[in-house]
Design a protein around this ligand. Structure first.
Ligand code: PLP
Length: 394
């Protein structure tokens, strides 16, 4: 259309250099095996770590909530869209996280926008890990705070940046708890100590740690026994929790300020009853079915061991996020395409999501991926690697 010629040109260029990737459609529910293009394949790309997307208790609560409270809320939280169930979920989340309060947003993405957009002003400096999630980067962009970026998980560099930062009301350090593309864990004990030494405020985004690390999936803060020492935790209800949403767990004053000023809460409609009720049930399931987390870690270890034995490079992962490094962009796409033909869905991840030359196929095990399924997946990986010429170090 006239006026949008540059958009067409950009898309054509992407199609020419094979960086245009159509979205993949699932024709079934989200499980260890899913239907894609009319064929059943092993799902290794979802964040459904604990299999909760299809948990009978969550589904039942969602249906009940629709029956009783309807399909939508008809308002933003701050006007007429706060139902009792929203407040109940937040009370249960705060108790779960051992914090004074919690507040739920439409997604983890909007939770980061709300926290960073509300707590950072031109009087403050934010000190951020260079590989933090896009929603943190965008949240920082919404503010007039000074910015300082430290090298990925490099606590020496963080200390330098903390020393350099003077004359601000707040030094605000922010890091992912688990990094979403490499699956490594932030060195939180050292970061916490540095924040205490330099009087900085610490925020951890535990999207990939929620439901995965810590007792009953309480996250990295609990995993490292740092309860009470990290000021602000953001978590997601969209990954291991299996539904949709983001939450902030923090001291009451922070929660109250977010209720008054958090723009996604003020200007975007609240979660529909089905989502809130399913999330509330999921938090209960986390506490009542810890065996799901045990299975997740058991299968994660099994999968990493098998991949390594077959000579695949899994990078520096310490969590269920397990990349299979290919280096070249093209090799990642080719491996992913061949895998689908061999019966495995594992999406390629390339620049700009990761650095150029660090392309990969990212795999994620869940508590539903039995060793039999993983053995099947490994065979597919070996066949796909051989077909596409990906080197393995056997
Ligand atoms: C996935 C993710 C988010 C976004 O969470 P959603 O609930 O999917 O919006 C935020 N931060 C990190 C680190 C993530 O990995």
């Amino acid at each position: 259309m006239k006026g949008l010629e540059w958009v067409e040109a950009e898309i054509n260029e992407m199609k020419n250099n094979e960086s245009f990737r159509p979205l993949t459609e699932l024709e079934s529910d989200q499980r260890a095996k899913v239907m894609i293009n009319g064929k059943e394949v092993i799902q290794l790309s979802s964040n459904n770590y604990l299999g909760l997307t299809t948990h009978p208790r969550l589904k039942l609560e969602a249906v009940r909530a629709v029956d009783t409270f309807g399909a939508g809320t008809g308002s933003v939280r701050t006007i007429a869209g706060t139902f009792s169930m929203h407040e109940e979920l937040e009370k249960e989340l705060a108790a779960f996280k051992h914090t004074e309060g919690s507040l739920v947003f439409q997604s983890g993405f909007t939770a980061n926008q709300a926290v960073l957009g509300t707590l950072l002003t031109k009087e403050d400096i934010v000190i951020s890990d260079e590989l933090n999630h896009a929603s943190i980067i965008d949240g920082i962009r919404l503010t007039k705070a000074a910015r300082s970026i430290y090298r990925h998980t490099d606590t020496k560099d963080l200390e330098e940046k903390l020393k350099e930062a003077s004359g601000y009301r707040t030094k605000f350090v922010v890091t992912d708890g688990v990094f979403s593309m490499d699956g490594n864990i932030a060195p939180l004990p050292e970061i916490t100590e540095l924040c205490e030494k330099y009087g900085a405020v610490l925020m951890v985004d535990d999207a990939h740690a929620s439901g995965v690390l810590g007792r009953n999936g309480r996250g990295t803060v609990d995993h490292f026994d740092l309860n009470g020492r990290v000021h602000i935790q953001v978590g997601t209800l969209s990954k291991a929790v299996g539904v949709l949403g983001g939450y902030v767990a923090a001291p009451s004053a922070v929660i109250d300020l977010l209720k008054m000023k958090g723009r996604p809460l003020l200007f975007s409609t609240s979660h529909p009853p089905a989502v809130t009720a399913a999330c509330r049930e999921a938090v209960r399931v986390l506490q009542e079915e810890p065996e799901r987390i045990d299975l997740l870690w058991k299968y994660t270890k099994y999968w990493k061991k098998k991949l390594k034995e077959a000579g695949f490079d899994t990078g520096k992962s310490e969590t269920p996020i397990t990349p299979v490094m290919t280096g070249e962009e093209k090799a990642a796409h080719e491996l992913s395409d061949a895998l689908l033909e061999e019966g495995v869905y594992a999406r390629s991840i390339v620049y700009p999501t990761v650095e150029k030359g660090k392309a990969r196929v990212r795999t994620m095990v869940t508590s539903e991926h039995t060793p039999e399924i993983l053995d099947e997946a490994l065979e597919a990986f070996i066949r796909a690697a051989d077909r596409t010429g990906l080197q393995r170090n056997e």
